[in-house]
Design a protein around this ligand. Structure first.
Ligand SMILES: *Cc1c(COP(=O)(O)O)cnc(C)c1O
Length: 237
């Protein structure tokens, strides 16, 4: 179990992150309320995840669907959490994970989109999802190339899924200026596609612990913060 000291650190870290994000928003003449902070709990166990929720983080991000269903079934994490799936989703895990109504940030193929749409219709849901776009050009990164994303956008709308925006990651080890250039590129693609395909695409999920500042300056509406929240905690557990 997490002791009092670690719980206090977690609460302080959460408040500090909220504060820094609000500052970054104001520095870009944006409203802090327009940026949603997702706490990425993939590094920590159920107990620490529950503590994060209890100190005020209601949006939780996980890379693996199995972890969402395990954590969502545990006491204290069922009601009131909005789960975000930020990692690759295999079609054989779609049915089970949809029961927890996650926002899916990682649509990376037409096949996956169709599978989520089918299963959402079966379960009577409208699933909110984002297209993961590869803006860094790195082969190792997952996500759709801009051309592949366009091919997929051509097929919308699709019943059962609402595509609410784009998710993007800066290339590994990008310096802040390079990250900023990549995030600007993602926003420009969103703006272009919004008018070309007549879709609102309000959300831009971009920015992690090391580059959220650049992402907010570029227009991010969702930032996904993990390691920064657990500073001083993971080593002591
Ligand atoms: C792990 C992860 C994050 C959080 O990264 P930190 O650098 O720990 O803040 C954000 N987005 C995705 C897709 C991730 O896999």
């Amino acid at each position: 179990m997490m002791d009092e000291a670690n719980r206090g650190r977690l609460s302080d870290n959460w408040q500090a992150v909220l504060h820094e994000i609000a500052e970054a928003a104001l520095a870009s003449s944006r409203k802090p309320a327009d940026i949603k902070t997702i706490g990425v709990s993939k590094y920590v166990n159920i107990d620490c995840t529950r503590n994060l929720f209890e100190v005020g983080c209601k949006e939780l991000g996980e890379s693996r669907p199995q972890v969402i269903w395990k954590k969502a079934e545990s006491p204290g994490l069922g009601e009131g959490v909005q789960w975000h799936l930020i990692g690759h989703l295999q079609t054989n895990k779609v049915r089970r994970v949809l029961q927890y109504k996650p926002i899916i940030h990682s649509i990376d193929s037409k096949r996956l989109l169709d599978s989520i749409a089918n299963e959402s219709r079966t379960q009577g849901l409208i699933t909110r999802a984002l297209l993961e776009v590869n803006i860094s050009g790195e082969d190792a990164k997952t996500g759709l190339s801009p051309t592949a994303a366009e091919a997929l956008l051509e097929t919308l709308p699709i019943e059962g899924v609402e595509i609410i925006g784009l998710m993007a990651m800066a290339g590994r080890g990008s310096q802040p200026e390079e990250a900023r250039r990549q995030f600007d590129h993602a926003r420009d693609l969103r703006d272009e596609w919004r008018s070309r395909y007549g879709l609102p695409l309000p959300e831009l999920s971009m920015g992690m612990s090391r580059d959220y500042h650049a992402a907010i300056a570029a227009g991010a509406t969702m930032v996904r913060i993990g390691s920064r929240l657990f500073q001083g905690i993971l080593d002591n557990e």
